[in-house]
Design a protein around this ligand. Structure first.
Ligand code: AP5
Length: 232
């Protein structure tokens, strides 16, 4: 296991279908490198919970498993990336998710320079988690989340020590509103139709690195650490 580090990491993009493990791995990277996880799904859910204007616009779209409009999401991301905790880098979890969002991010990053020990890197390291379809279904239907600390569990692969109770703060675990069977298919369809082109775009520009996300959580983390250690 790589030791904790406070070196500058720059932007990291975690791509992958619903249930691939983006959130799980982002939280580990966040702790390890001391840079924030910027999860557009979490930010949108917070807005929905607080009944903001953005939350009101996003709520029904998310409940149907469709993508929120590029404009709304990009504005939200811009605001988040301007926060001082993003200066050394950040992990984008669930963004970009359309070709337009990927183009928007490149334009933004063109003006943002991240210094690190080996020089300067502007472009994000893009890592895609590849996971078998049936495994995705099992992961999504078995997911439970802590509403207080956000920790992610799975009844099959990562159960809480006490049934349905968070190990960290004792909150009762919840199932995400969009993890219902009837919403899972539209989410997977949105990924195929709108997010796959994003991976193709990064592949064409030589920036896509694929990881076998079917492996156990610790092994996936090790694969990602190795990629980042080679590049930061
Ligand atoms: P979002 O919250 O981003 O959801 P998602 O992309 O569908 O991804 P998930 O959160 O479902 O999965 P994950 O890859 O994070 O997996 P996790 O680590 O939890 O988006 C929700 C909605 O918001 C969208 O549908 C859309 O409406 C909107 N939205 C968000 N971003 C947007 C954008 N950019 N543009 C427009 N709209 C946007 O793991 C899943 C489960 O598997 C867990 O139970 C976990 O414990 C388990 N698990 C993880 N890794 C492993 C492993 N290696 N082995 C076994 N189990 C594992």
């Amino acid at each position: 296991m790589v030791q904790e580090t406070s070196r500058d990491v720059g932007p990291v993009v975690l791509l992958g279908p619903p249930g691939a493990g983006k959130g799980t791995q982002s939280k580990r990277l966040m702790e390890h490198y001391g840079i924030p996880q910027v999860s557009t799904g979490d930010l949108l859910r917070e807005n929905v919970a607080h009944g903001t204007e953005l939350g009101l616009a996003a709520k029904a779209v998310m409940a149907r498993g469709e993508l929120v409009s590029d404009d709304l999401v990009c504005n939200m991301v811009r605001e988040r990336l301007l926060q001082p905790d993003c200066k050394r880098g950040y992990i984008l979890d669930g963004f970009p998710r359309t070709a337009a969002q990927a183009g928007w991010l490149d334009a933004l990053l063109e003006h943002q320079i991240f210094d690190n020990s080996r020089g300067t890197r502007t472009w994000p390291i893009v890592i895609r988690l590849d996971v078998d379809y049936n495994q995705l279904l099992l992961r999504i239907t078995g997911r439970r989340c802590c509403p207080t600390c956000g920790r992610i569990y799975n009844v099959h692969s990562q159960p809480a020590h006490v049934y349905e109770v968070c190990d960290i703060d004792g909150s009762k675990l919840v199932t995400r509103n969009d993890d219902r069977l009837e919403v899972i298919q539209p989410r997977l369809k949105a990924y195929q139709e709108q997010t796959r082109p994003v991976a193709d775009y990064y592949q064409r520009t030589g920036r896509l690195i694929s990881v076998n996300g079917d492996r156990p959580v610790d092994e996936v983390t090790e694969q990602i650490y190795r990629i980042l250690e080679d590049r930061v």
